[in-house]
Design a protein around this ligand. Sequence first.
Ligand code: ATP
Length: 875
Amino acid sequence: MPLPTPLAMPHSLPAEACLAALQAGPEGLSHDEADRRRAQHGPNRLPEIRARGPVLRFVLQFHNVLIYVLLASAVVTGALQHWVDTGVILAVVLANAVIGFLQEGRAETAMSAIRKMLAPRAAVLRGGARVTVDGADLVPGDIVLLEAGDKVPADLRILEARGLAAQEAILTGESVPVEKAPGPVGADAALGDRRSMLWSGTLLTQGTARGLVVATGSRTEIGRIGGLLASVDSLTTPLVAQMDRFARWLSFLILLSSGLLLAYGHFVDRRDFSEMFMAVIGIAVAAIPEGLPAVMTITLAIGVQAMARRHAIVRRLPAIEAIGSVSVICTDKTGTLTRNEMVVAAAETPAGSFAISGAGYAPEGAVTPAGDLSRLARAAALCNDAGLICRDGVWTVEGDPMEGALLAFAGKVIPDPRATARRLDAIPFDSRHRFMAVLTESAEGRMVHVKGAPERVLRMCAGLDIQHWHQRAEAMAAQGLRVLALAERVKAGKWIDPAHLEDGLRFLGLIGLIDPPRPEAIAAVAECRAAGIRVKMITGDHAGTARAIAARIGLENPDRVLTGADLDRLDDAQLALEVATVDVFARTSPEHKLRLVTALQANGLSVAMTGDGVNDAPALKRADAGIAMGLKGSEAAKEAAVLVLADDNFASIAAAVREGRTVYDNLKKVISFELPTSAGEALTVVLALLAGLALPITAVQILWVNLITGVTLGIALAFEPTEAGTMARPPRPRSAPILSAALVWHVVLVAALFLAAVFGIFTYAIGQGHPLALAQTMAMNMMVVLEIFHLFFIRSLHSTSLTWAAARGTRVVWAVVAAMTAAQLAVTYLPPLQAILGTRPVPLTDGLLILAIGVAFFVIVEIEKQIRLGLKGAS
Ligand code: ATP
């Protein structure tokens, strides 16, 4: 049978005609048919943005002011026929480019792998059942089910819509959501006016819809205009950008001072120009921290991967820094702090209280004492969008877990009433009105069933002691149960009129669901508290339930609860006062989240906020770190967030904070290592020149040291694991500058010690009667030894380096140290290399002396750190 071709003008045809033209039915395609169509139409994917080719990426490694300076130096040394120097400088540049190239490739692979983890999924009808599939698997003829917050996965002809509106800015530029409905529109309507269509890539801002896929992949409107997938994030964060600016400013300063030094040496000191020039180039090259940008990018890439391993997917790189500095985490309750694996445990009806047994979603269990819960069960099953699936004896939910639990409960009481009832209309659940209503037709006629938050549903019921039932609901909530009220009424007509729902419902009973806290969330909350981070719960659930769960989870102040209504009564100033101490917010709507973020930020706090619904997007954008739920979160929430939790688990937030702090520490370590090293190397030569002394290290030797240490040692720091006390420290202030007074002091101290050690060993060697070349060789080795010890010192920035773990190091550290030792031994002892670098073999005793000075250097900086940490601890 030939496959249908895509429809030309679906917006102007009646929905039935579109179904017929695509040979589709309202129950969806069969699995086989979907496979057949996919083979013909291809996957529902837009062509990938072509990544930059490897050649261009390699060339771009040279596009950096620091590298320009090095290349210019190479040209000048070449012109002066100092070929060795030219060679070494070019080797520095090339090594840097190769490492930058490889690591950037790695970073981009990491980012694109992560983007794939965020690929959207879609709920479709296949063979009459609702299933969730990859967005890429959709084919023309599929029936897609959508709700507010979803991203439209293909071009759809709307078959059914309720309160539907979509934001189509990416296609039409119009940022105000457009209302949508199934009725056909004129054939010549402009794209933005085709109300009967939903376009791929746009967002549903409200309502629910059922739509027929009419075009997929590059045949969609967005595909036709060459729309692209999520644009590529640049590999930068505020800190890296800050360092980039600093590096540029630094190179300018280095060039200026080098020029001045050259002029001084030649005109005032009357030194030979060519010799002077080579020395100055050595200084400039040594002083420039050319490895810094590459190493910082690598550090970030490693951080992104580490977070992904802990189920926290970075959508925007700055999230890494932001999440590491948060001082408050505002989190949802259901599914994040709790498991979201619900079980109905209790029911209260006018006939009495009942306990319901059974585990998981299996519809097997008993009601005690025996009683007639069939009306309650019928309402629970009919007012329900979920499905239960049994595979190999294991029952799972398709849809909302709470509704799944209600189905399981109903199954324990009666056979599935949905088999014999036809749904005519529904008011979907919305966290603002907190109830759901369904109109069905069956043998008993037309009935409306309502379920929702007790205070909402009780208000709609007639002839009831509302006070009494509120108390019953409170009592259930106080046990940590999630409470729902159910009601029903006979109804004529085919539509539910919300205005007439309000009165005359017949109350059926309350249902209490258990949703146990996640054990790992309890541990993670404790970890956050130790790390000086306050955890606040913001939930749509009942105040009593929220309080009970907050206490079990271990929040600091579980007893005071503010409800959404309380929040509405407070003005911004009062709210800012209250949020400091209140940790539980219940019966909130998404709008309250935005107010809470703003109030917390007004207190100078750095806020992480979780969210899943479309209405959470503004709060997620406003937060310092917006976190969306990967499993139950809407596309709208994911797009507003910087971080997505693959498992919706609070423990993953704590893990992300730990990784975020680690990355920031490692960036700081890289900087704290590179800057004093560069300064120490450069100052050695500068000082000798200014003092009119012989150079303790020749220009070419400085270049060599720079070549082998510049990038290699720094990279080891990018792989540093989390330091032991990382989650026992208070969060770093949001505005803390990276180039802090402490860092400047560290640069001064280490540079001074470098100078003392290098000049010391040089003077000692000359004093021993060693030839100049040997003295210089010893000075050069001294410098490399100092750098290695400095590396070990820097690895523990916040604690002592004198622990077994610190001494054991990492594989990368030892690999780098081994490589450098081998290289140093080679240039010191192998005659051909000696000829190039002008070195001499260093006698064993002198070699040991150099090592001893390295140890002494380590002891001095370590004592200084202990004093500093001691002072900090005391204050
Ligand atoms: P959070 O995820 O923010 O911790 P929540 O999931 O409990 O909180 P909402 O989903 O806004 O918050 O639910 C608020 C209340 O609305 C629930 O306590 C329940 O009483 C009611 N409710 C939730 N889901 C449904 C539903 N599908 N049908 C009817 N009522 C519902």
